[in-house]
Design a protein around this ligand. Sequence first.
Ligand SMILES: [Zn+2]
Length: 71
Amino acid sequence: MRRTRDDAPEENCHVSGCGQPAERSLSRKKVADAMDWTLTGEDKRALLCKAHYKDYKKATKEDRKIESLRR
Ligand SMILES: [Zn+2]
């Protein structure tokens, strides 16, 4: 069994209702502008899981200025 609650808080995708582990961190504004998603959290960054990031990328076709989630 892997414990995930020890140190680093688990970061989940900010798309409301998703709950998958976040893989990417993007500007919240850009995501909100481009997509129709309800985003949770209050950070300036929006965290996206792999699937949502793919959707976002597909929708925007812009992958400059995208930073991977740093740990
Ligand atoms: Zn997601």
